[in-house]
Design a protein around this ligand. Sequence first.
Ligand SMILES: Cc1ncc(COP(=O)(O)O)c(C=O)c1O
Length: 388
Amino acid sequence: MRKDAKRDTKLAHSGSQPADQSGIVNPPVYHASTVDYGTVAEMQELRNDPENNFVYGRRGTPTSSAFEEAVADLEGADRTVAVGSGLAAIAAAMLAFVKTGDHVLVCDSAYTPTRNLSENFLKRFGVETTYYDPLIGAGVSELFRENTKAIYTESPGSHTFEIQDIPAITEAAHKAGVKVVMDNTWAASYFFKPFDHGVDVSVQAATKYYVGHSDAMVGTVSMCGDNVQPVIDCIRVLGNNIAPDDAYLALRGMRTLSARLKRHQTNALKVAEWLAGRPEVDRVLHPALSTCPGHELWKRDFSGSNGLFGVVFKPYSEAAMHAFINGLELFSLGGSWGGYESLVLPTNVTRTATEWTENAQSIRFHIGLEDPDDLIENIAAGLKRLVK
Ligand SMILES: Cc1ncc(COP(=O)(O)O)c(C=O)c1O
């Protein structure tokens, strides 16, 4: 695919090789473990070729390669490797750069299992974590130590939606020789270009908008230049790989990503703006609204928004909040997001570097592809159940 092709063109064509597969536009789904090398000489040649991934099922197939190529094209990466979940992608990216005695910085707004990686895993291997205010920007340099190796960013933050100043963070990090990993799932690399802003490794839970139909678990790790090999080596050591059907589904989802994202964006903005005007609501944490921390940075660095945002309600009893959520029949109560359907989830985040005391009155919405007027009507009926 031409490097200068526009993102929607890339989404329609990247990774497609019809000439190599009887003219069929979609890749075949290869179910593979064993690869027949032919002769011993051919085996040795294949195994010594770092560019050849088709040496064993775990290392990839033409199906996973087609997906990886499409993601790399969209992200502007030299290389993408697909793994079995977004969390596997996060773990591989962080583990690639640390050893015992090192120090990492993790934004206080990180997805909770990312914090678990630090608390329940890195700590056991002697890697220390400092959590930082996601709005710290260039001030992050004050937290660097001699042994700081990586800084983890997620923008916007999980549930609390702070937009981070990624260009300021990457500039400070690179002066100190620190690698920057970014969870870029929210923007799906469609609304934010990580490598244009200095990010070293971009990870995504492709489980969300790439898959788009809530039916597969997929992660991606993308990087450029010198960062490619250490990250690939780490992924290989961990034995991470993507299942063939899931690679197929994720690539198929990418073909319609642009149309779906735009619809999620329009629907969510309509619902978020309506909620912002309701007396029951304290504030809406949607990056495109001025009430979201870091909104000005979103305007500067992002080119759009999706279906996911948070709402902080005025204080109501726990029973009232539960009654509100339980009766929303158009919204499934569930984790994940990025599928066609609307979701609601009570917020339950842990903070250690910054203050957040509003779990009990906060909710995350994912606005799906339904008619937004029906969703608004459903929420409006729910608000009547919010009695003190
Ligand atoms: C922002 C973010 N990053 C990463 C993940 C993890 O992805 P997966 O569920 O594919 O492991 C999630 C999952 O909800 C997420 O919301």
